[in-house]
Design a protein around this ligand. Structure first.
Ligand code: G3P
Length: 213
């Protein structure tokens, strides 16, 4: 499973990139708005920092607007993947962008049927939001498993990005489910690195060493 960071913060992305395992970046309007910076400039900086897909979302909700924004976003860098919300206009845009050779990430996916339609329309990626499914007392990981089984069964070449990750066990569950990618917020990546027994082990090794040398 490839690891993306779900962030639009350059410092966070730079720090995690330096650890050597980062395969890509996803952003969304909330994350970009938090930075308060020029959108296209920010996406360009992220693309120049990380070698891998960088998802940038359209703000328009109508087909023509989505197409206009998507073309501008895709022109920023070859690694830009245009994030399109799963609506009727979104499906039309995904299909047209596929024909233009622009990669898309179908976002705000909350059901297997939405993922099937996005994949058939030509989305390069689908992003089920597992945390937000858990938030309304349904099982986000169960949705992820079903969705992967369906896409695998029909050999659809769309890749699954497990998104809306809230804690480290979501990442483990996504890996066990066979998700191609998991996009993880900065704070959860930091939690994944830590283990109390690693800290205790380091302390014991250092103390034993210092006693003799
Ligand atoms: O980037 C999309 C997704 O990961 C958002 O997560 O935590 O806002 O549900 P969250």
């Amino acid at each position: 499973m490839r690891i993306f960071i779900d962030s639009a913060n350059i410092d966070e992305i730079r720090e995690i990139h330096s650890l050597g395992f980062l395969d890509g970046v996803t952003t969304n309007p909330t994350l970009v708005a938090r930075e308060g910076r020029d959108y296209h400039q920010l996406i360009s900086e992220i693309c120049n920092l990380v070698e891998g897909p960088v998802s940038a979302e359209v703000i328009a909700m109508d087909y023509q607007g989505m197409m206009r924004e998507a073309r501008l976003l895709a022109a920023i860098h070859p690694n830009v993947v245009v994030k399109i919300p799963l609506t009727e206009d979104g499906l039309r845009a995904i299909s047209s962008l596929r024909k233009e050779g622009i990669n898309t990430n179908a976002t705000l996916i909350f059901s297997c049927n939405q993922a099937i339609l996005a994949a058939r329309a030509g989305a390069s990626y689908v992003s089920p939001f597992i945390g937000r499914v858990d938030d309304i007392s349904y099982d986000g990981v169960a949705l992820l498993k079903d969705l992967i089984e369906i896409l695998d069964q029909y050999l659809l070449d769309t890749e699954v990005i497990a998104a809306s990750i809230r804690h480290p066990m979501h990442v483990t569950a996504a890996a066990l489910a066979g998700s191609h990618i998991c996009t993880v917020p900065y704070a959860v990546i930091k939690q994944m690195i830590k283990h109390p027994l690693t800290d205790a082990g380091i302390e014991r090794f250092m103390n034993d060493w210092k006693r003799v040398f």
